[in-house]
Ligand binder design. Sequence first.
Ligand code: AMP
Ligand code: GLY
Length: 456
Amino acid sequence: MNVLVIGKGGREHALVWKLRQSPRAGRVFCAPGNAGTAREGATAVPINYTETDRLGRFCQKEAIGLVVIGPEDPLAAGLADYLRGKGVKVFGPSKDAARIESSKVFAKELMRHADVPTAEFRVFDHPEPARTYIQTRDYPVVVKADGLAAGKGVIVCKDTQEALRAVERIMVRDEFGQRAGRRVVVEKKLEGEELSVLALVSGRTILPLPPCQDHKAALDGDQGPNTGGMGAYCPAPLGTLDLMASLEATVFVPTVHAMKRGRFPFQGLLYAGIMMTNQGPRVLEFNARFGDPETQPLLMRLKTDLLEILEAVADERLEEFENRIEWDPRPAVSVVLCSGGYPAKFDIGKSITGIDEADRLPDVKVFHAGTKLDEKGRLVSDGGRVLAVTALGDTLAAAKARAYQGVKLINFPGMHFRTDIADKALKKPTPVRVESPPVLPARFRRPGSAGGTPQA
Ligand code: AMP
Ligand code: GLY
């Protein structure tokens, strides 16, 4: 089967790498791809996701059996709907279902409606009432632009002044675009450790994958501005069997069910960003796609044929994989190497060395994100997040040590990275064991059986 992956990040390199291992994979294409996907043997397709006509024709010409959409923008733009309309098999939700990520207002209202535990919030379409609301809160808030803003439209505020400035930036100065900033969500700021729980969803089946932990802040110790993600590991001991079972019942089942009832059923990967507060887990956000960088350590551990799994999702026969997905029992750690300046304005075009040496280490894989070959055929940086050095180890500590051993071999001018990926789990006083796979997949339950949960 010929496969087309849409996207150009580290997540897409990991998807391509794993899909290529399938004995059923024919030619693999990546639109547009990066230097890593090309090195993996995926043919680069220079078509933008907005050129839907051209992509449709490409799929027909190359007899593409499955399209896997990586990033949120093409999903929010309705690429899955368009291609399905042309008879192409697609992994990824419809435009309507992708609103769970592309509109914060939609996601929060869905959670309220489905009784999913999340931070207390209000929605505003004018700045003045938003300001009044902020001034009358006796707790810190987070201000979120409604629309997609490349992960930058969420402002975690330390005080009232910063929150008022956030309203100004989003609604008045349109810093994140006019559309994205037409409405804002103002919600209670939650404290705790974060956990990423990704689940495959199709038809009546929800199949949670082993829990991961991302590191959003740019600097060690969770300092500095938020980024797309500076590193991740899997499985995260924070995601105990009990917690995973509870998230399935209180988050995934009611959410997926509400979407089905609302006639925008979800098909693809549903990602819940969870905050572990003193009052219990709360959903911070949903994503309608695989996480980046969570996908890198996750797929490093996957033993089952990814092509078979993603095709089953697209065919609505995911139940065939209940209790059947196999994982390497060893944990994986992924460290993201970034361009100088990232997440603010960053440099590109810097020559990268040492990737082959790092790739030669046992159980190490370097996934490319912002990379390309320049006109002289040299590998250069081409984005904010450049590489994700990913390693397996017998223990989490060993996986971390090996990933950083790989990092040490790589260099480009301005390169920076966090040195504490996985430390939250490693520095816990009493490490908790997580089973792998950590959860038994859930089937749909009948309405009302999920149990209500209070909002924080
Ligand atoms: P979102 O795009 O909604 O996930 O927000 C991005 C990041 O902002 C999250 O991963 C958290 O680190 C942070 N964040 C979002 N909402 C909250 C909240 N209510 N309290 C504290 N931090 C938050
Ligand atoms: N790692 C966070 C995300 O993919 O949105």
